[in-house]
Design a protein around this ligand. Structure first.
Ligand code: GDD
Ligand code: MG
Length: 355
């Protein structure tokens, strides 16, 4: 089976990490995020993937080449982003599938443990134009809301609805009949969520929902990105692309973790990164060459390449861009982000026990 992988988005919610690296290539549990998706696609029977690229397009081929994780890879780029539907139509030029063949379409920022083969089987059995993977979330307002009838047929598609009618959402993995892709207008900006799906439903085409609540996460926000990496390291979702066994932490080659440091909760320590004695690092992503000084606490945070956390500093839910530096004693909490190269001086006020 062939697939199209949508990876052209700018990943704005993940800035500053996505300034230098597109979201799907961010190091996640030791490898580029997409490596996990490629490995899972391969396991589901996908043999060839067309990457639909736009933002920093050249970096994808540089990262994966013509074959990776058992899948042949082809790259099709948009000069200007064409939206999700336009990107699918554009990338379809590189497909070899026949008109009735099923083609898998994947959002490039999803970690999913669902059964793709069962989704394809439903698609074939129903003779559907499109079959969507649907899952349930607590807050559906950030997603495509997708009600279905008693037979599993999709009755509406409401992208980012202010008042969601159900908690059942579009999980970002579709099976398209190849000929249904060809109904998307060519060379135009089209949203598959706002135009193609509602259009197909209105025209009476068979659009099915494969409802499955396996592990599922969109890693498009900082909190979710850190969670995805953490869950992979802890083994909450299995990935054959992970360079190590699941466990409390993943320490990559050339990293130095002091025996006097506490590092766990699914933390990844990148190549050449260092954690000094007395530091505590929980559930975080330390990119290559990151440095955490003695007595610092880092929780649920991302430390960019070569970024530094000073002695006794506290980071909780924070993001440090590449080469950023937090001076000793500072506290960064609740989503704070430091842009690449920015340095926070040491805190002027020193807390000491013998004052
Ligand atoms: N090639 C290309 N060109 N890719 C694009 C473009 C484009 O113009 N715009 C977006 N993409 C890619 C992104 O890189 C991402 O992999 C995917 O399309 C979805 O875009 P997001 O920006 O992540 O969308 P979202 O998370 O707000 O919403 C989408 O995913 C939800 C599930 O996580 C929608 O499909 C929702 O309906 C869905 O519920
Ligand atoms: Mg997304």
């Amino acid at each position: 089976m062939e697939a199209i992988l949508l990876v052209g988005g700018q990943g704005t919610r993940l800035r500053p990490l996505t300034i230098s690296t597109p979201k799907p290539l961010l190091p996640t549990a030791g490898v580029a995020f997409l490596a996990h998706q490629l490995a899972r696609a391969h396991a589901a029977g996908v043999t060839r993937i067309v990457f639909a690229t736009s933002y920093r397009a050249e970096m994808f081929e540089a990262a994966f080449g013509v074959r990776a994780h058992g899948v042949e890879l082809v790259y099709v780029s948009e000069a200007e982003p064409l939206g999700t539907g336009g990107a699918i139509r554009n990338a379809a030029r590189a497909l070899t599938s026949g008109p009735d063949d099923p083609v898998l379409i994947l959002n490039g920022d999803i970690l999913s443990g669902h059964d793709v083969q069962a989704q394809v089987a439903l698609h074939e059995k129903a003779g559907a134009a499109v079959t969507l993977h649907l899952t349930e979330v607590d807050d559906p307002s950030r997603f495509g809301v997708v009600p279905t009838d008693g037979e599993g047929r999709v009755t509406a598609f409401l992208e980012k609805a202010a008042r969601p009618v159900t908690n059942q959402i579009n999980a970002g993995c579709y099976v398209f009949r190849r000929s249904a892709i060809d109904t998307i207008p060519e060379g135009e900006v089209v949203s598959v969520e706002r135009e193609t799906f509602p259009g197909l439903i209105a025209s009476g085409a068979v659009v099915m929902g494969h409802v499955e609540s396996a592990y599922w996460l969109d890693v498009g926000t900082p909190e979710a990105f850190v969670q995805g990496s953490r869950d992979l390291v802890l083994g909450k979702i299995a990935s054959s692309a992970m360079p190590g066994e699941p466990g409390d932490r993943l320490v990559l080659d050339g990293a130095v973790v002091s025996p006097g440091a506490v590092v766990r909760g699914g933390t990844t320590v990148g190549r050449g990164a260092e954690i000094e004695a007395g530091a505590t690092v929980l559930g975080s992503v330390l990119q290559d060459g990151a440095f955490v000084s003695e007595g610092a606490t880092v929780r649920d945070s991302v430390i960019g390449r070569g970024a530094r956390v000073g002695a006794g500093a506290v980071l909780d839910g924070a993001i440090l861009g590449d080469g950023a530096s937090v001076g000793p004693g500072n506290e960064l909490r609740g989503g704070l982000r430091l842009w690449p190269g920015i340095s926070l001086p040491p805190t002027a006020v020193r807390f000491s026990t013998d004052a």
